[in-house]
Design a protein around this ligand. Structure first.
Ligand SMILES: *[C@@H]1O[C@H](CO)[C@@H](O)[C@H](O)[C@H]1NC(C)=O
Ligand SMILES: *[C@@H]1O[C@H](CO)[C@@H](O)[C@H](O)[C@H]1NC(C)=O
Length: 341
């Protein structure tokens, strides 16, 4: 076993990109990690009614070497790729060790705890390096020897290197929230900033739930509304494909909704995607036949790149509230669906 090559060695030339993506799902302090030949999938969850994941495709790395774990006995098939759990807070702190600036914090007060940490690191780093800013965004190597080993992150920038070994745990569950892409009640693509503005606006009343209602009209007037409800009252934000000013690009790019549909969610769960909303350019918002919400955010990693290049997706799935219920106990947990294209 000792002679088996390490299961994973992946080098990224931009720790900043990884940090940007992983921050989008950082509402939870721990993350599950699934390493495979295709890439690394990080996921976080909230009480099995909400799940977020980001898939770091191997093409995002400058080099990516995966060696399948050795079979335990000669009869056995190649074992499944490992499913680990790590401390996400610690991973983000490591990736941020050189105080890489956060585009989200430049946009306002959306930073939160990591930004004060970043500032701290930046000041510390500046003490022995006068050119921390504007430098290449940090070479970062992930390595994982195999079951029971830590996930090691080696960072280097401007001649300063740091290695951090994150303890790995066996994932307590490998279940994922099923989303049925073959039976969609709604699919629309909208600007991520519009969704962010909506959620920010509705937040002011500190609501408990958010209801998404979509109404198909003629091609020029499809409507989607977001209604928040709480003890302080309710509020609604409406969007329509019918933009009166022909100069403004439509907010809704695609709209597929066979019949009027509606589903409600805990407001806090949708709000947890705020960082993703702030980091993404577009979001594909879908409801499946059971009302499960899928938000797939398109994050542009490299400006001005060819279409399809330098982009990554951050996904959120939220289980709906049922009449008189709070959403517990939903889902058969057969979780095979994955959505990381
Ligand atoms: C995770 O890491 C953070 C930062 O290093 C630390 O403060 C926290 O205690 C860790 N949590 C667990 C459960 O180990
Ligand atoms: C969509 O909203 C507009 C403006 O609020 C309204 O005039 C129109 O009738 C609505 N269309 C449908 C199909 O509900």
């Amino acid at each position: 076993m000792a002679s088996h090559p390490p299961l994973l060695t992946a080098v990224s030339s931009s720790a900043r990109q990884l940090l940007l993506l992983l921050r989008c799902i950082s509402f939870s302090k721990k993350s599950r990690v699934r390493i495979s030949a295709e890439g690394i999938r990080f996921s976080t969850e909230e009480g099995s009614i909400m799940e977020a994941f980001v898939f770091l495709e191997k093409s995002l790395f400058t080099s990516y070497t995966y060696n399948a774990p050795p079979p335990l006995s000669s009869q056995e098939d190649v074992p499944a790729p490992p499913y680990l759990e790590i401390n996400l807070t610690a991973l983000l702190e490591t990736l941020n060790i050189f105080g890489l600036s956060d585009p989200a914090s430049a946009m306002g007060k959306r930073g939160g705890e990591y930004d004060s940490f970043a500032t701290h690191r930046l000041n510390r780093h500046n003490a022995f390096s006068t050119h921390a800013l504007g430098m290449p965004a940090g070479i970062c190597t992930f390595s994982y020897a195999g079951s029971g080993s830590p996930l090691s992150i080696h960072m280097s920038e401007s001649g300063v290197t740091t290695t951090c070994d994150l303890t790995t745990y066996e994932a307590s569950t490998t279940e994922e929230i099923p989303f049925n892409r073959d039976s969609l009640a709604l699919k629309t693509i909208m600007r991520a900033s519009s969704l962010l503005d909506t959620v920010t606006e509705l937040s002011s009343m500190n609501p408990e739930t958010i209801t998404i209602t979509a109404t198909p009209g003629s091609a020029a007037s499809n409507n989607i509304s977001f209604t928040s409800t709480g003890s302080l009252g309710s509020a609604t934000v409406d969007f329509t494909t019918n933009t009166p000013l022909s100069t403004t690009a439509p907010i809704l790019e695609t709209f597929q909704c066979p019949r009027k549909t509606s589903a409600s969610f805990k407001f806090g769960l949708v709000k947890a995607a705020q960082r993703a909303m702030a980091s993404a350019t577009k979001v594909s918002l879908r409801l499946d036949g059971e009302g499960v919400l899928s938000l797939q955010f398109l994050v542009e990693l490299v400006e001005g790149k060819e279409e399809g290049e330098g982009v990554a997706f951050v996904d959120f799935r939220v289980v709906p509230l049922f009449e008189g219920e709070d959403g517990e106990g939903h889902g058969e947990g057969n979780g095979g669906s994955s959505d990381e294209e």
